[in-house]
Design a protein around this ligand. Sequence first.
Ligand code: CAP
Ligand code: MG
Length: 432
Amino acid sequence: MGFEWYKEFVDKDYKPKKTDILVHFTYEKVDELTVEDAIGRIASESSIGTWTTLTLLSKRIRKMMAKVYSYDEKNAYIAYPLELWEKGSIPNLLSGIAGNIFGMKALKNLRLIDTHFPKEYVKEFKGPCYGIDVIKKIFKRDRGPVTATVPKPKIGFTSEEHAKIAFDLWEYGIDCVKDDENLASQAFNKFDRRVKLLAKMRDKAEKITGEVKEAFINVTAPNLYELERRIELIHDYGFKYFMIDIVISGFTALQTAAFLAHEYKMAIHGHRAMHAMFTRNHLHGMSMFFLAKLCRLIGIDQIHTGTVIGKLEGKIDEILAMRDLLLSKEFVSPNNQYFNQKWFDIKPILPVVSGGLHPGILPDVMKIYETDNLVLQVGGGVMGHPMGVKAGAKAVKDAIIAYHDGYTLEEYAKKSKELAEALKKWGYTKPV
Ligand code: CAP
Ligand code: MG
C-alpha cells in the first residue's frame, strides 16, 4: 500500500556496525505477504516504525532504524543501532526485540533465537559476583559439582520440618538445601522463620561435618521492597547465596537482585520456572539459549539448563551449547547455529542440572556435560530414598564419588548400602 514503508527496513547491502546489537529471528509469515513485507515489519515494529509512513521523521531518527541485513524464507538477521537502547537495561532491550512483534498479524510464528552483544553493550553490566568461583570461594573446594536438594513434597513442610530436613541433608553430604520454585512465605513456612531456623541448622551441620553448608532460599517476592528485605535478611544470617525465580520475577527484579548481590557479595541461584511457556515451542517464543545468555550478562551465578535425560524437556545440542556459552571466556558457536560472543569481564557461570535426577543416572548426566563445573540438584531422587533422607543424601554423594573414582555404580554399591538401595528402587530409569 502507498502508506507503508516496511521495505525501507530491509537492506541486504547493509553492513552491521561493530556497535550494532544483532538479533537472529526465525519466522513464519502469513501467506498473503511477501518475505520482505513480513521481515520489514519485524525490524520496523521493534525499532522506530509503525504501520504507516510518518509526517515527523528527522534524519537523526532515521539513523536509528533497525535493518534486516540477511534473510531467507525462515531466518531474519536484524542489526539494531546501539543508540536505540537504554544502556544497562534488559527490560528496555526486551521491550523492543521481544515485544509487540510477537503479536503481529503478519506472522504466524516468530522465535528469538540469539543476540550478539557488542563490547559497548556488555561493558554496562557487571555480571555475577562469583560465577564458577563459588566452588572455590564459597565451598572452599577445588572441584565440583556442587550438590543441592529440594525438600519434597515441594510445598507443605513447616519451617521447623524444613530446617530439620535441611540438617539431615547437610549432615549426610549435600552442599545446599534449595527452596522449590513455588516456596516463598506461605503461612505454614514463613520466610523469616525459615531463614532463621536454616541458619541455626547450618551452623550445627558445619560444626559436625567441617564443611561449608549453603542454602538457595527463594527471595521471589510480591514487590521490590520485600525482595530487597529478603535478600538482606538472608545476608544478615550469614548465607552467601539467595535464589530467585528469574522469569516469574521479571527483569527489573532480576537486575535489582543482581545489584544487591554485588552490594552484599552474594551469589544468585536462578530458577527458570515459567520459561517453558515461551521456550519449548521451537516455532514461537524465545530460545532458552538466549535466556541463559541474559542471565550471565545480568549477573546470575548459576542457572538451570536442563538434564537431557530427566523429566523436563531440553535438546542435547542446545543444552551443550548453553554449557559452553555459560562456561567460556569467548563462546564460539558450533556450526554457526548461534552468534559467537566475547564475554570480556563477565565471569563464567555454572549450569544447574535438575529435574528427575536420582543416583542411578548421575554418571550419565555428568558424562553428557563433561565438566565438574556444575550444580546437580536432586530432589525426589533423595527425598524418595527407601532408607530415608539421610541415606538419599549419602547415595547421591556416593554416586558422584564412584563416577570421579572410575567405579561403576554396581561396583561402588558393594560398599554403599545407600547407593545399593537407590539402585534397587530406581535402577537407571530416566523419568518422564
Ligand atoms: C526438580 C525441581 C526443579 C526442576 C526445574 C522440580 O525436582 O525442583 O524445579 O528441576 O526444572 O520442582 O521439578 P526433582 P529445570 O529433582 O524432584 O525432579 O531444572 O529444567 O528448570
Ligand atoms: Mg522445583
